[in-house]
Structures are given as C-alpha cells and as structure tokens.
Design a protein around this ligand. Structure first.
Ligand SMILES: [Zn+2]
Length: 385
C-alpha cells in the first residue's frame, strides 16, 4: 500500500505543473479557468483575481458547470500545490485536456508579489439564509454577494410588484426601491400578496416595505410614495439602479419609464397581465428593442383599453411577477439568457407559454438612429376609470 508521500510523488509525475510566474503569464495572455480548491476559510483570506472557488471535495460535481469546455486551459491551485496536484489528475480523468497545477500554490503566488484579492464574505447567518443559493455553482457566494450589493427598482407594489418584490427580497437583493402613490384597497387583496387585510387604507409602498423587511432584514427598502412623472423620473432613476421591474398598469407610466430607462441606460423587466394572459420581456437599452420600437406612440385615449378596470385571475400576476423576478435576478447576477428581444406569452387557461421574437426598430423615436423624441412626455387620459 502506497503512503501519501509516494502517492503524491506518483501523481506529480503524471500531471503538468506551472510556477507562479509562468501561471501569471498564462492568466495575462490566455483565458484559462482558474480554480481554487482550498477550503472556505482559506479562500476568505484571499485568492487569485478571477479564480472560482470549488473546494476539493466538490471538484468532480461542480467543475462541469464552471468549465463546460474541456479544451479550455485550466489552472488549478491550493495552498502549496499538493491538493491541486490530485485535483489536476482528477480533471484529466474527467477529460480536461489542458490542465496545470500551480506549483507552490497560493503561498508561492503571494510570496512572489503577484496580485491577490480579499473577498468580502458572507456572515454566518447569511451563509445559512442563502444556503440554497450557495449550493448552485452559477450563484454561489460571489453571486450572493452581487445580489446583496445590487439595487432593483420596482415600479408599482401591485399585482406584479407583490410577488416580484417578495422573491427579490427573499433572494437577498440588497436595496429595493418601490414607487407607488396608491393605498391598499379591498379589491387589491385578491392578488396583491405583499399586502394584507390589516393594511387597508395604508400606503402600498409603506405596506410593502413592512412585509419585505419582516421577510429579510438584509434588505433596505427605499420608498417613493409618488407617481412616476416627467418631474420626478430623473431624480428617482438617477439613484443608481441596476435593474427596473415594471409592474405599471397604465400607458403614461409605461412610456415615461421606457424613455427614461433608455436615457439612463437601465434594463427594464416588463410584465403585463389581462384576464388569463400574461406577457414578459426585457428591454435592455442598446442590446434589444425598447417599448417604443414595438409601439412608437400610445393609442388615442378613445381606443385604449380601460386598464384600471381590467379583470384578472388572481394567480396570474403571481406567475408573471415571479418570471419578472427571475429575469431581474439573472440580470443582477449576470447569468443565463435574459428575455431581450423575446416576448414570452403565458396563457393560464391552456396553459401554455409562447415566445415571439421582437426586433429593434432603427427608426424608433427614442432608441433609433435619429431619435425624434428627446424630452419627457406626460401622456394622460388613457385609463378613464
Ligand atoms: Zn426603441
């Protein structure tokens, strides 16, 4: 039976190693995946910039998600180059063709004065609260920290804003803004689950804030008890939002928000509902169409549907608002394929999902090549409720 020392010596003859200087050249000239296989506490004390953290024990199960391309270069490291030697061997057995173990490990890397980063890390209570995120390699601690630092603005704390805000708060989005000038009404409670019977007559934005902060004290909720107008839109959008979730139920807000988000360069996760049907898409400035690419001007007031009085199955905004939260989380973390240039239609009766391609209009009055709309327009008279 071989001793550890013999086994290590044997493995080191079967793998390729690089020293710190050569590794740094590789990082600067190529695009290798850098894998840190040390334990959590070692990682927390500092690591190589750009490295992903997969502790030894999880290497086999997590490497495919982190590095699906087996031909891509992989540099694997630990503290001294021993655990990573075994790791390199494992990766080769899994079919990775160009794997190097960093000889001397992180210790040597640091001793030679190469760059390191000290990651901000989660508190023990946060590690517990977000454990189901930490278990997904695409989210992990890095993704969770991104969420905690991200700022998402919700337009409306109604049918769509309720489920969206609940899931975003539960997920640990650090700052949520809520714009709503309405108060909780008895007809809201059939679907607006962020509110409750005891909140009747209370400001919707304040009511939502109480529910969300009770759900997750990590979340700061900024309340705007006002309706979005040409007067306040620059002030509110100018506060540094990463993503906007649009749960507005009227045309004036939708157009105003569209124009402002293009000019402020903030992606908008759009959702709308009517009876049994829902629609979701992402308007990402400069990457896909905006709302005006599809509908350059609002319909004349006499042809606009009476939106405030539209009936809706109570669970439908729950489904659509949750899909909006899903898109917002993906944008905040930077994973997956956002619904840019795609409209997702949901029919609750069938039930079915249908996808429609949306194209950017080069002659769009706002995001086109020669825009004709360059200042805010306050439309009115759409919902003659
Ligand atoms: Zn456009």
């Amino acid at each position: 039976m071989a001793t550890y020392r013999e086994l290590l010596a044997q493995v080191k003859t079967e793998i390729d190693e690089v020293d710190a200087t050569r590794a740094r050249e590789l990082f600067e000239t190529g695009d290798p995946v850098i894998v840190d296989v040390r334990e959590q506490d070692e990682w927390d004390e500092g690591h190589i910039p750009g490295a992903i953290h997969i502790p030894c024990g999880n290497l086999e199960s997590r490497i495919e998600a982190a590095a699906p391309d087996r031909e891509r270069q992989v540099v694997i490291y630990c503290a001294a180059g021993n655990r990573s030697a075994f790791g390199a061997k494992t990766l080769e057995e899994l079919g990775y063709e160009r794997v190097w173990s960093l000889a001397g490990g992180y210790t040597d890397w640091k001793r030679n004065g190469h760059p390191t980063v000290q990651p901000r890390s989660l508190e023990p209570a946060q590690r517990q609260r977000y454990s189901r995120h930490l278990l997904i390699p695409e989210v992990g601690e890095e993704g969770q920290l991104k969420l905690l630092e991200s700022r998402i603005l919700l337009i409306g704390a109604g049918g769509l804003g309720s489920p969206a805000s609940l899931y975003l708060a539960a997920a640990g989005v650090g700052t949520l803004g809520i714009v709503d000038d309405d108060v909780v009404d008895a007809t809201n409670l059939q679907r607006q689950i962020v509110h409750s019977t005891e909140r009747l007559g209370e400001s919707k934005a304040e009511s939502a804030k109480r529910t969300l902060q009770a759900l997750n004290p990590d979340v700061t909720v900024q309340v705007y008890k006002e309706r979005l107008t040409s007067e306040n839109v620059d002030r509110i959008l100018g506060e540094g939002w990463d993503v906007i979730v649009d749960g507005a139920d009227n045309f004036p807000t939708r157009y105003l928000l569209n124009d402002a988000s293009v000019w402020h360069d903030i992606p908008v996760v759009h959702g709308s509902i009517f009876r049994f049907e829902g629609q979701i898409t992402v308007f990402k400035p400069n990457e896909g169409p905006c709302y005006r690419c599809l509908f350059p001007q609002p319909p004349p007031p006499e042809l606009a549907p009476s939106c405030a009085e539209g009936g809706v199955l109570g669970v439908l905004p729950g489904i659509v608002g949750s899909i909006q939260a899903n898109e917002a989380l993906k944008l905040a973390i930077g994973i997956g394929e956002p619904l840019v240039g795609r409209l997702l239609l949901f029919d609750a009766l069938a039930p079915s999902f249908t996808e429609i391609k949306l194209r950017r209009d080069p002659s769009c009055p706002v995001c086109g090549e020669s825009p004709t709309i360059t200042s805010y327009i306050d439309y009115d008279g759409f919902c003659s409720a």
